[in-house]
Design a protein around this ligand. Structure first.
Ligand code: HEM
Length: 384
């Protein structure tokens, strides 16, 4: 009943929930009482129940981008738009299938434990930039959350990031700038910075790939296979950068929310860190929603949707709903576009939290002073 929801959860809606201090009672209520509905104010259909979320993600008419708008208008025509438009994450077309078929096994072959070791090694590189510090200030925690997972992925891919702290942090900052420009909340400066970052990353990656030998991780083999399959080198390069970008905000959020969980529940400190991270992925998830756009009229969850309609898929509501028996972390998506980096991300988040705590970061202190970064889909703490 809409009225009940409005009365008991005033001031929260499916988008503001992402950065609300405790959106989970609201999500649970939605999943139980309005698992699929139209939010007229937001102009979106909303899927909140696990069955409805699964149905939307599985429906062939539901696409990751509006068919008439493959690239967000703010990015179109820039280096950031070119890069975005080539990402398999942002495409459903058959044209992207061959590259996806090469990328997925490459990622699946990455050993999460090795990625965690890489993140640990990168932490030691970053230590040089923090020399002389006794405790870990919040600003460093924020910086490391955004750097270590990205550099861990770069490390397992064999990209040259381990040379010096300045260079490594520089790469991570460019990745973060490109990631931030993709948000609908990005202002003109952020969009401009994202376009510059996309350009910078393209040049950096080309130089890095040119200097790599076949022994340097999986990328030379990927390039070789892509060339043999007639895939454009620009598409390969964009999707390699895409892996770093996909590791950025969401894994920072998973690690940050794990620090909060540890800070609020001292008993969790006795559990294996991997279990805490898995619990956070389900109950305080980093990616709270994703969107789908109808390519044609279709019946969905008992409603008639029109071509061009948008559906907000509340992964976080499905996760915490308790409605279905098969409780799971929906934050990694499901179906055709499900995240192939889920295990990697959890290993990197755990390694990042471990590295921070080993350097004096105190979860209880961090949990006393933080806010969430403005976002319509990711729940990323920023420590103060
Ligand atoms: C906590 C961290 C992460 C979370 C919560 C996350 C979540 C997601 C979600 C929800 C999707 C699907 C989006 C949709 O269906 O609309 C996705 C797709 C994807 N993710 Fe992740 N991700 C994380 C980390 C990573 C990492 C570390 C990598 C790789 C290095 C990665 C690579 C990808 C790729 C390539 C796709 C696109 C798959 C496709 O479209 O076929 N992700 N991720």
């Amino acid at each position: 009943m809409p009225e009940t929801i409005t009365a008991s959860f005033a001031g929260i809606d499916p988008l503001s929930a992402v950065t609300h201090p405790d959106p989970y009672p609201y999500y649970r209520e939605l999943a139980a009482t309005r698992p699929f509905f139209r939010d007229e104010r937001l102009g979106l259909w909303v899927a909140a129940g696990p069955r409805e979320v699964a149905a939307v993600l599985a429906h062939p008419a539901c696409r990751v981008r509006p068919p008439a708008q493959p690239v967000p208008p703010a990015l179109a025509g820039s280096a950031a738009g070119d890069l975005f438009g080539r990402l398999i994450r942002m495409n459903d077309g058959a044209a992207h299938a061959p590259l996806k078929a090469l990328l997925m096994p490459m990622l699946a072959a990455v050993d999460p434990a090795v990625a965690a070791q890489q993140a640990g090694a990168m932490a030691r590189v970053l230590d040089e930039g923090e020399a002389g510090r006794v405790a870990m200030p919040a600003a460093s925690v924020n910086r490391w959350l955004f750097a270590l997972p990205v550099l861990g992925v770069a490390g397992v891919l064999g990209l040259p990031v381990a040379r010096d702290p300045g260079g490594a942090v520089g790469v991570a900052q460019q990745v973060a700038a490109f990631a931030a420009a993709q948000s609908p909340l990005a202002d003109a400066d952020a969009v401009r910075a994202g376009a510059d970052a996309a350009q910078w990353l393209g040049t950096w990656l080309a130089a890095s790939l040119a200097g790599m030998a076949a022994a340097d991780g999986p990328l030379p083999a990927l390039q070789h296979a892509a060339h043999a399959a007639g895939i454009a080198p620009q598409a390969v390069a964009a999707n390699i950068i895409g892996l770093l970008v996909q590791a950025c905000e969401a894994t920072a959020a998973l690690a940050g929310n794990t620090l909060l969980w540890l800070g609020r529940d001292p008993a969790a400190g006795e559990m294996p860190l991997a279990s805490v991270v898995a619990r956070v992925a389900q109950y305080d998830p980093p990616v709270q929603n994703t969107r789908r756009f109808l390519a044609e009229d279709a019946g969905l969850c008992g409603h008639a949707l029109k071509a061009g309609d948008a559906v907000l898929v509340l992964l976080a509501a499905a996760s915490c709903s308790g409605v279905a028996d098969d409780a799971r972390a929906w934050t990694f998506g499901h179906g055709r576009h499900a995240c192939p980096g889920d295990k990697l991300a959890q290993a990197l988040a755990a390694a990042t939290v471990a590295a921070l705590c080993a350097r004096g970061a105190e979860p209880a202190a961090l949990a006393r002073a933080f806010r969430y970064r403005p976002s319509l889909n990711a729940r990323i703490p920023h420590f103060l």
